[in-house]
Write a protein that binds this ligand. Sequence first.
Ligand SMILES: C[S@@+](CC[C@H](N)C(=O)[O-])C[C@H]1O[C@@H](n2cnc3c(N)ncnc32)[C@H](O)[C@@H]1O
Length: 294
Amino acid sequence: MSITTQSAEKPLLQGQDWSGAMGEKWNHWHERFEAMLAPIGAATLTLAACKQGERVLDIGCGAGATTFALAKQVGAGGQVLGLDISSALVQTAATRARQQGVTNANFLCGDAATIKLSEGGYDCLFSRFGVMFFADPFAAFRNLRLMLREGARVVFCCWGPPPENPWVSSLSAVVSRHISLPPPDPLAPGPFAFADQVRTRSILEQAGFEGITFTPWHGRQVLGGPGLDLDAVVNFAEKAFFVGDVLEGKPEHLRQQVLADVRGFLRDRQTADGVELDAMAWLVSASCSGKSSA
Ligand SMILES: C[S@@+](CC[C@H](N)C(=O)[O-])C[C@H]1O[C@@H](n2cnc3c(N)ncnc32)[C@H](O)[C@@H]1O
């Protein structure tokens, strides 16, 4: 096999425009992304254990799957607000809420780092993989802290280090046999920006949170969700995942080489459920029992 190495312009999965193109892409593929993330989402919802009557903020709510689950947990006497920076995703979430008859969830388009909501109005801040994309996570968490009452809690999941997430790192290694990928900046906004416990703890502590715990989640990511055949998974990897981003503007012969290699890699990981790869996430929880330092 001939290998041609070309360079990609920016590190993988960083510098994504969630308020624009990236939000629209996630919106288009939301059912598949939600199916992929469902097991980790379920573990995070269990950890949050929201009670009847609580008011919950779902940060980076996407197309609303976790907002609906939280709405069920808090019951008719509770309220959930799904906040997302992508107007396309907020519209989809609101439409689905109407279709599903969810009456205790509302959706708002805005940036978690700067949005102003009623101070002390919430009992719980929840997020499934929505907090790692803030340009300034220290400022964003200080802002979010203001919206929580004393005694409230924060519960979210975020990805662990890349080597423990071959569903991204091994796949990117396959692509980088052909296209050299600039090394990612571990501090830049992106899926792995909260992988380092020390830094994440510092972000939360500086925002005034206490009792911070990290629970590792180890499992498998089924690419594109369960039940897809190999063609559908390769299509998902190209169009929804990062492979297509890297291939943008590259010559056709190179595109074909990369996709053939990606296909071989995915075929070797096929199971009865789909294409499965190891994954690791942190389930993070904290509380605000002290006065906000914001
Ligand atoms: C990986 S997706 C997760 C979506 C959803 N939580 C789920 O699990 O299906 C990250 C989400 O965070 C949102 N997001 C990114 N930056 C944000 C910000 N600064 N404020 C609010 N939402 C943001 C994105 O638009 C996107 O919907």
